[in-house]
Design a protein around this ligand. Structure first.
Ligand SMILES: Cc1cc2nc3c(=O)[nH]c(=O)nc-3n(C[C@H](O)[C@H](O)[C@H](O)COP(=O)(O)O)c2cc1C
Length: 238
């Protein structure tokens, strides 16, 4: 068998290490207290830095948080805003059904922020039932440079997922956390603290740490039909 043929036969039999990491990575919401060595976080940041971006514009800025006081401060601000949101729009609370029209209006105006999962999660965070960063010892904040070519949010997502996969390939756990956006969107406190202004805007964040137990592993995923055009015809594959 030629090298190429043998390589293809092997591919049919087993996942590559990269595929294994992609397929088995899970969001981790339970972390050990032990801090991640600095060199590992630097390697993870490198994986982000090497991400592709439109026009190679690299429209991102990363901030690493490992100071519990700063992390807790951001959590506290976000929880306060979630409590406010909950009080204003959570019409599911008995006796607060009158809030429904206002909540529906908010959801219509801010569909990505409030519907459907975020709506419930805002209340869970407000009630302390969903940790913001799940007590992870290292946080990576991702800011987009709004001057980036095409779609800076998309580029930041690609850079972030590069970091997530690099972290899991090293045995670490991660979780994307979007809710801290509230602390940057509705207060000036943390933008001032980090010296963040134009052209940077909060994009998302990653919790990083040593997972408790072994949460990684394959799970069922919903299938999404893919239309496939070839040789003058088409088929649908999943
Ligand atoms: C952009 C983004 C934001 C997310 N925000 C949160 C969050 O604030 N809190 C959280 O616990 N999980 C968050 N997640 C994790 C998702 O809930 C998780 O990826 C999804 O349920 C699929 O599970 P899996 O990552 O284990 O495959 C976020 C994921 C992404 C991609």
């Amino acid at each position: 068998m030629t090298d190429k043929k043998a390589q293809l036969e092997k591919l049919k039999e087993e996942w590559t290490p990269t595929e294994e990491t992609i397929l088995k990575r899970r969001s981790v919401r339970l972390y050990k207290k032990e801090q991640v060595p600095e060199f590992m976080i630097k390697r993870i940041l490198e994986a982000g830095r090497f991400a592709p971006s439109a026009g190679n514009s690299q429209p991102w800025k990363f901030i690493v948080l490992r100071d519990p006081e700063v992390i807790n401060g951001l959590v506290s601000t976000t929880v306060k805003i979630c409590r406010l949101f909950k009080a204003i729009i959570d019409y599911r609370i008995p006796g607060k059904e009158y809030l429904k029209p206002l909540a529906k209006l908010f959801i219509r105006v801010k569909p990505n922020d409030l519907h459907p999962t975020p709506f419930g999660a805002v209340s869970l965070i407000a009630d302390g039932k969903l940790g913001l960063w799940h007590d992870a010892p290292t946080i990576i904040l991702i800011f987009k440079d709004v001057r980036g070519v095409s779609s800076p949010d998309l580029d930041c997502g690609i850079a972030g997922q590069n970091m997530v996969l690099a972290a899991h390939s090293m045995g670490l756990g991660t979780c994307w956390v979007g809710f801290v956006k509230l602390a940057f969107q509705y207060t000036g406190k943390w933008k001032k603290f980090f010296g963040i202004g134009y052209p940077y805007k909060f994009a998302s964040s990653l919790a990083v740490g040593w997972p408790k137990g072994n949460p990684d592993g394959m799970v069922e995923r919903s299938t999404h039909a893919v239309d496939w055009y070839e040789d003058g015809g088409s088929k649908t594959v999943i």
